[in-house]
Design a protein around this ligand. Structure first.
Ligand SMILES: *[C@@H]1O[C@H](CO)[C@@H](O)[C@H](O)[C@H]1NC(C)=O
Ligand SMILES: *[C@@H]1O[C@H](CO)[C@@H](O)[C@H](O)[C@H]1NC(C)=O
Length: 546
């Protein structure tokens, strides 16, 4: 009887796990389809490449999505069985990393660190020491194990994340499990948190000051110029809404801080080669699109090329630049987040992984051989949103262009990195030009519907579709919701004024805010009804906001 009960429990466990896997799968497919559509790819083949790429990113999606609770203990135990069929990648980097007991420390007792506990927090990470084989009595003990851990060699992973389960009732079989883990960029990961999470976590040797606002060091000396790149009807209206909120947010910033406000001037780089009707509304610099003589479909390479051209003649007073996109909206004034004057500050993208086991070899095609530390010093970022000095950008842009082309022309790297290859090219170019590794700031940008709270974000990126059940307010990822907002619905013509607010029961603050923000701009910009009908702006906004 008891045996029977266990078997059923196990069965339920396996079914739940498979369902979770398939919902992650579904989700990433939908993200994939959206990215794909947004980039305007034409060929079936391109789509397959992209889906394959996303399949590989799947195992990592969880690090960005706190709502999927999937502790390593579940993953590892079950994926042992299902790995082959699911292709999930949770295998530690080296076989040495699979050792069951922590190696004896050769660090001195004086190295003991003060442990900062994060209760009700579960960090993702690559397992170095597995919890079920490493039971300890307290979070402190687990933390010390992580601090004292010594990797076998320079090229093995060190412990910088630990998680411990101390709630006997809720941890069940995981009670007292102490996992030692490694993350290439712990500050770039949103851990699962909340009263339902029985785990306690901590970071070792990582300054996780995500919640503290950096001081506005340097005041107006560190003001940055905002640049967005744009071309085509899909981003025409986005640029207008973006610029409206930039002007309004900058006015708030100046009101609060006066000359110390660090938001500076604005440029839209229009890479269509032709002026459009918004030249007198948005400060704009026109550059040529890439001449695609061989018709190879260099779509994503237009962006680096646009920057290279703009930098040849650009003149503005700011010494720093924020690269942004038309579909980033301003939520509140952003200080120059750079630590020091040379180290870029960037939003981390979980799918940019130059140091990942399968990818490091590809990265090395462009950089030459890399140690693990070097590979991990290539930050998981793209060019936007990224803050850097104008001097650094001038240095990096031509290399960014070249590396983009080189990746594009390399069959293997192109296939692996697909439509985000120019993001890889940007971070690889920063490394090749010897820039300090960027500091990473999750709070730079919210990405609803996966992020849900307004605080502490500065920008809102509306790239993912948002689908909700109109009756229950339930989020329906990958399905067609009765209430939905997707920028792809407005790729040909702008959205109308007064978009419907999400159903009352939708608790996602960012989705609600997004609709408010778009509605305010479309009401304040004159002639929007005609603009929404024709896609042509006949009346321009005069810079007055509500
Ligand atoms: C970019 O590539 C071109 C052509 O191969 C080369 O002449 C140029 O020096 C390269 N520039 C940089 C900055 O790497
Ligand atoms: C929304 O939820 C209701 C109640 O659970 C359900 O009957 C309905 O089918 C759902 N709608 C969609 C589109 O899934």
């Amino acid at each position: 009887m008891l045996q029977h009960g266990r078997f059923i429990l196990l069965l339920i466990g396996v079914i739940t796990f498979v369902l979770t896997l398939s919902s992650i799968n579904l989700l990433s497919k939908s993200i994939a389809a959206q990215h794909y559509a947004s980039l305007g790819a034409q060929s079936e083949e391109g789509q397959t490449d992209w889906l394959r790429f996303l399949d590989r990113a799947e195992a990592n999606i969880g690090s960005h999505l706190p709502q999927f609770l999937h502790h390593e203990s579940q993953r590892n135990v079950i994926t042992e069985e299902t790995r082959k069929s699911s292709g999930a990648e949770s295998q530690p980097r080296s076989s040495r990393a699979q050792m069951l007991q922590p190696p004896l420390s050769n660090k001195k007792a004086s190295d003991r660190k003060i442990c900062k506990m994060l209760p009700n927090t579960d960090y993702w990470g690559e397992a170095i020491v597995w919890g079920p084989q490493n039971k300890v009595d307290s979070a402190e003990e687990c933390c010390q194990q992580c601090a004292n851990y010594s990797p076998a060699s320079e090229d093995d992973m060190d412990c910088n994340v630990w998680v411990w389960c101390g709630d006997k009732e809720r941890c069940k079989g995981s009670y007292r499990d102490c996992w030692l883990k490694h993350l290439a960029h712990p500050e770039a990961v949103n851990p699962a948190t909340g009263p339902k999470v029985p785990w306690t976590s901590g970071l070792s040797g990582v300054d996780n000051s995500m919640d503290d606002d950096p001081k506005q060091v340097g005041g107006g000396e560190r003001r940055y110029h905002v640049v967005v790149t744009a071309q085509g009807s899909a981003v025409h209206w986005q640029a207008r809404v973006h610029y409206y909120w930039y002007v309004k947010t900058r006015a708030q910033c100046v009101e609060q801080l006066g000359v110390d406000c660090q938001m500076g001037g604005f440029t839209r780089i229009l890479h269509s080669g032709r002026a459009d009707e918004l030249m007198d509304e948005i400060p704009t610099h026109v550059v040529e699109p890439l001449q695609d003589r061989d018709n190879k479909g260099y779509v994503v390479l237009n962006r680096p090329y646009a920057f290279v051209q703009w930098l040849r003649t650009a003149v503005f007073p700011e010494r720093y630049v924020l690269m942004s996109e038309p579909d980033h909206l301003w939520l509140r004034p952003m200080p120059n987040l750079m630590l020091g004057n040379h180290r870029p500050a960037a939003f981390p993208f979980f799918y940019i992984e130059p140091a990942k086991k399968d990818f490091q070899r590809l990265t090395e095609k462009f950089t030459g051989p890399l140690s693990l530390k070097q590979a991990e010093s290539i930050a998981p970022m793209g060019n936007a949103p990224t803050l850097m000095s104008l001097k650094s950008l001038r240095k990096v842009a031509p290399t960014w262009m070249n590396v983009s082309k080189a990746i594009f022309d390399d069959k293997e790297a192109h296939e692996a990195w697909g439509w985000v290859l120019e993001m890889y090219a940007f971070t690889i170019a920063c490394y090749m030009e010897g820039l300090p590794t960027a500091s990473l700031h999750i709070k730079m940008m919210a990405q609803p519907p996966w992020d849900t709270k307004l605080w502490p974000y500065y920008l809102l990126h509306y790239t993912y579709g948002m689908d909700y059940n109109a009756t229950t307010g339930e989020h329906m990822p990958g399905k067609y919701g009765e209430w939905r907002f997707d920028k792809r619905s407005y790729a040909q013509v702008p959205p109308p004024r007064h978009l419907d607010a999400p159903p009352d029961l939708v608790s996602n603050e960012l989705v609600r805010k997004l609709i408010d923000v778009i509605n305010e701009a479309t009401s304040a910009i004159p002639g929007w009804d005609d603009y929404a009908a024709t896609g042509v702006a006949k009346q321009l906004w005069n810079g007055n906001f509500r």
